[in-house]
Write a protein that binds this ligand. Structure first.
Ligand code: TRP
Length: 452
């Protein structure tokens, strides 16, 4: 039997989880959701969810992974072989496979922007309609998407994820420094202060039920929970890693980066458009519209653009690779495929589903899935529907089968379980109830039964 690889120590584990948590979710997705769903009130709801719900789920997944020494499909089947166990494991395992294709589309956009900054197109990128015209050009988006996915697939086949890991560890601090700098610049533009207030001060007027739905989806996404990743990581750690403490560290780090990204982008939206609600609701394109404007207004915009998109590209690449990697290992473990075959199957999925998402703003823009573009649809399907179900499966597995006591024992092997009361309350009542309410309302919203 192959010995299971393990992390070298506590720090190695925290860094690996933080590395998987910080990605496009923080820099690209968080700011546009915060802008769209209410600013300060979104931030507040997000924080509350993260410290309660997110916390309970990270602890659960990690403890189950460490207890069973298996990734999600195996971990569920460790406790039973019947259909519900299979479904629970599989839904966790399938989510990353559905995310990585559209993640790679955004990766392609980032690559294109880096290329343009290298060419010196600082002003052109800041033009009003540059971005919508770019994504409507199927040939161009398709090309940049394919380029990005080819790199991902090449790395998967070569299996050099450890080299990538190292790259991301040196790049992350650089990205943080650059982000602090850009956020400082963006916040001091004339008119930007309104944006800072909009982003940081909760205003109940901007609250809608969708604020909660979006915040919960983002919390799963950003912390890499409800998709089996933390089972796998948990299965690599030894009994001496303090699960509670490392969870807190990861949450603080992940949120700090998301806040910085928000401070980089939202004040800039106000400075350049006076807080126009249409710009605020721009959605996935927000980063690609405001950041180039900020850079074009700076003296050394080209240099900043190159640095920024290079670092975001690296963060995106490492995340895409680890997402795809989890798909590859599922294929290997469950179907006994070779690494190469698994990587090719995963590559096929990326190209097929991703191409549809990429072209969804161009030649396929007549396709509307429940009123959304293809990319938005996959994002919605995974984050707002499947992840809550996956999280529910984990809650049920623990409360109905494993037992809260066994989780507590697992956590207590390394440290006292200080928030056990909160944890139990969440798993037993609050989490399942919230998940079900949120699921029903997000489905009802999509079908137009209720408007939120
Ligand atoms: N959390 C990452 C982000 O914010 C995305 C992500 C989710 C991820 N699950 C992952 C990255 C697993 C790597 C591995 O962008």
């Amino acid at each position: 039997m192959k010995a299971r690889s393990s992390f070298s120590g506590k720090l190695g584990y925290v860094l690996a989880v933080a590395g998987s948590a910080v990605g496009l979710g923080n820099i690209w997705r968080f700011p546009y959701l915060a802008a769209k769903y209410g600013g300060g009130i979104f931030l507040l709801v997000y924080m509350i969810l993260m410290l309660t719900f997110g916390y309970a789920l990270i602890v659960s997944e990690t403890a189950l992974g460490r207890m069973t020494k298996r990734s999600p499909v195996g971990a569920f089947q460790f406790f039973g072989k019947s259909i519900p166990f299979r479904l629970g494991g599989w839904i966790n395992a399938v989510i990353p496979m559905l995310i990585v294709p559209y993640y790679s589309v955004i990766g392609g956009w980032v690559t294109k922007y880096l290329f343009e900054y290298l060419r010196g197109s600082t002003e052109i990128l800041a033009a009003e309609n540059y971005f919508p015209e770019f994504i409507a050009n199927s040939f161009s988006t398709g090309f940049w998407f394919l380029l990005f996915s080819l790199v991902v697939v090449a790395v998967l086949i070569a299996g050099v994820e450890h080299g990538v890991e190292r790259v991301s560890k040196t790049m992350m601090p650089l990205l943080v420094i650059l982000a602090i700098f850009v956020a400082g610049y963006s916040m001091t533009r004339p008119g930007a202060w309104e944006g800072v207030k909009y982003f940081l001060i909760p205003n109940l007027k901007n609250f809608s039920w969708m604020t909660v739905v979006a915040a919960m989806g983002q919390m799963f996404y950003s912390l890499s929970i409800a998709m089996g990743i933390l089972y796998t990581y948990g299965s690599y750690i030894k009994k001496d890693v303090d699960i509670e403490k490392s969870t807190t560290q990861v949450e603080v780090f992940d949120t700090a980066i998301a806040l910085l990204a928000g401070l980089m982008i939202i004040p800039a939206v106000f400075a350049f458009s006076g807080g126009d609600p249409n710009t605020l609701k721009a959605g996935p394109s927000l980063m690609f519209i405001t950041i180039p404007k900020v850079f074009a207004s700076m003296g050394f915009g080209r240099g900043a653009g190159i640095m920024f998109f290079l670092l975001v590209l690296l963060a995106a690449l490492t995340s895409a690779i680890s997402l795809a990697e989890s798909g590859v290992s599922t294929f290997e473990d469950q179907f006994g495929l070779s690494r190469r075959k698994s990587a090719l199957v995963m590559g096929g999925m990326i190209v097929g589903l991703g191409m549809a998402s990429a072209l969804g703003f161009g030649v396929l823009d007549f396709v509307s899935l429940l009123g959304m573009s293809i990319l938005d649809f996959f994002d919605f399907l995974t984050n707002s529907i499947m992840m809550p179900v996956a999280a529910l499966a984990t809650c049920l597995l623990i409360t109905k089968v494993v037992g809260l006591d066994r989780i507590a024992k697992e956590v207590e092997q390394s440290s006292a379980f200080k928030r056990k009361g909160l944890y139990n309350l969440f798993l037993r009542y609050l989490a399942p109830i919230c998940i079900v309410i949120i699921l029903i309302s997000s489905i009802a919203n999509v079908f137009g039964w209720i408007t939120m």
